[in-house]
Each structure stands twice: as structure tokens, then as C-alpha cells.
Design a protein around this ligand. Structure first.
Ligand code: APR
Length: 246
């Protein structure tokens, strides 16, 4: 079990990275598991700026379906999301949660110190005024921007392949100074997130833990790992970490 060196940093700064696996038991699909999203839809058709230029209606349709799924009554935070919110509220040091997920389940579970590095399904970006607003309805070519009132310029505020993820400077600063890095529910296939564990290992200071259903691409970089469903292993890990602190 991970122990943060109390002498080194009694409060201990924690950075957590989550991926689609943490939301799987809430009823949201992952991408690369068997039957996952990319086994049915090509990234090049729905998740690149070129796809949006070529066929915006198809891209709107892809994200409208995922938005409707996220907003359905039976999709809610699971025990893993709730455990991370508990860790943030009860841990004496800083806990920064960096998620690759575009769902809002971490917020709904109570996490506050949160970065959506791949953006948010429930926000719209206007290409006319660059305004970003909450957006919970279907989006179409003629949707009107709530900020500037113009139509025809809205896109979902997510980071497509080939675009720069959000808040990378803040994330790398946190990785450089963290005492514990925890990776949860991600396959380690997509950079820059897949490189975060190596960043922490390179500092020579932070412990690195993988909590996943199965070993990820980067599993060998982690000093500790626990495998199983997130809703089971994350609450246990958080409880043990909090017990260790006392
Ligand atoms: N509990 C824990 N882990 C799980 C569970 C579960 N119940 N179910 C699946 N997993 C694990 C899988 O074993 C896999 O390693 O979650 C991981 C999901 O991997 P991906 O589907 O590749 O999702 P992710 O790593 O989040 O993808 C990263 O790629 O397509 C882009 O932008 C997209 O943010 C996404 C990024």
C-alpha cells in the first residue's frame, strides 16, 4: 500500500488522472474496450476538426447522442466518483483531479478542484465570439449562441484529436510537485495524458499508483497497482489512504 513520506510532505499533494473506465459502471461507454465507442465509430469521422468541417451534422449527431445518454435518469456518479470527492474534502493537502472524461459525473459527485483536459460534453463553444456556455440540448447547424446571439457557429466544447488539451501548463506544474499520482480507468493510449506517469517518475519524488480493470499500456511505470472495477477498488484505496494519514 502506498505511503506518502510524511517527512517529505506531511500533507502530501495528490494528482489524480481519470479516464472512461471510472464512468463505465455509471452506464457510460469506454472507447477501446471490446464493443467500445471506437469499435463502432471512426475517430476520423466524428472527433477531429476536419470531420466537423466536412460533415458538421454528423459530428453534432454523435455528441447529441452522448449528451442525451449522459443526461438520462439512470446515469449518475458511482462509488468511485464519490470516493474521489471524499478524498478531496478529507485529505489535508491539495488533491487535483485531472479527467480525460467529458461527462460531469465528477462534479455531480462533489469534486471541485477539477480539470477537464479534454473539455466538457455539456458546454458549447461559439466560433463567432469564442464564448463558452453550458449546453444541455441537442446542437445543430442553426443553433444560436447564448452569448452573441448568432447562429451557425456552435461546436461542442471538447478537445478533438489534433487539438491541444486544456490547462496543460497547470497540469504539468502539479505533476512536477506531486507526492502521489493516481491513474484510474484509463488505457494509457492517448497522449499527453498517457505520459503523465512518466513525468512524475522523472521527478524522482512522487509515488505512482494505477487503479484499473486491467493493466494499461503504461502499467510498468507504476510503483503500485490494483486491478478490478473502479467502484470497488477506488473506495478501498481512498479509505486506506485516509487511514494511513492518521
Ligand atoms: N473500472 C475500472 N477500469 C475500467 C472499467 C471499470 N469498471 N471498465 C473499463 N476500465 C478500463 C479499461 O480496462 C481501459 O483500460 O478503463 C480503460 C478505458 O480505456 P479507454 O476506453 O481507452 O478510455 P480512455 O483511456 O479514457 O481514453 C482516453 O481517448 O478517445 C480518446 O478522448 C478520448 O478521453 C479519451 C481518451
Amino acid at each position: 500500500m502506498t505511503r506518502i513520506d510524511k517527512a517529505q510532505s506531511p500533507s502530501g499533494r495528490i494528482v489524480i488522472l481519470t479516464g472512461a473506465g471510472i464512468s463505465k459502471e455509471s452506464g457510460l461507454e469506454t472507447f477501446r474496450d471490446p464493443g467500445g465507442i471506437w469499435s463502432r465509430v471512426r475517430i476520423e469521422d466524428v472527433a477531429t476538426p476536419e470531420a466537423f468541417t466536412r460533415d458538421p451534422e454528423r459530428v453534432h449527431g454523435f455528441y447529441n447522442a452522448r449528451r442525451q445518454g449522459l443526461l438520462s435518469d439512470n446515469v449518475r456518479p458511482n462509488a468511485a466518483h464519490l470516493a474521489l470527492a471524499r478524498l478531496e474534502s478529507e485529505w489535508p493537502g491539495e488533491v487535483l483531479l485531472v479527467t480525460q472524461n467529458i461527462d460531469d459525473l465528477h462534479e455531480r459527485a462533489g469534486s471541485r478542484n477539477l480539470i477537464h483536459m479534454h473539455g466538457e460534453l455539456l458546454r458549447a463553444l461559439c466560433l463567432h465570439c469564442r464564448g463558452v456556455e453550458v449546453w444541455r440540448d441537442d446542437m445543430a447547424l442553426d443553433s444560436v449562441c447564448p452569448t452573441c446571439g448568432r447562429a451557425g457557429g456552435l461546436r461542442v466544447n471538447v478537445v478533438w484529436f489534433g487539438e491541444m488539451p486544456f490547462e496543460m501548463e497547470r497540469i504539468y506544474q502539479a505533476l512536477a510537485g506531486c507526492d502521489l499520482f493516481i491513474s484510474i480507468g484509463t488505457s494509457g493510449n492517448v497522449y499527453p495524458a498517457a505520459g503523465f506517469v512518466a513525468e512524475v517518475r522523472g521527478t524522482g519524488r512522487g509515488a505512482t499508483v494505477e487503479l484499473n480493470l486491467e493493466p494499461s499500456e503504461g502499467h510498468s511505470h507504476f510503483t503500485e497497482s490494483h486491478y478490478g472495477p473502479a467502484s470497488e477498488i477506488v473506495p478501498i484505496f481512498v479509505e486506506t489512504l485516509l487511514q494511513e494519514r492518521t
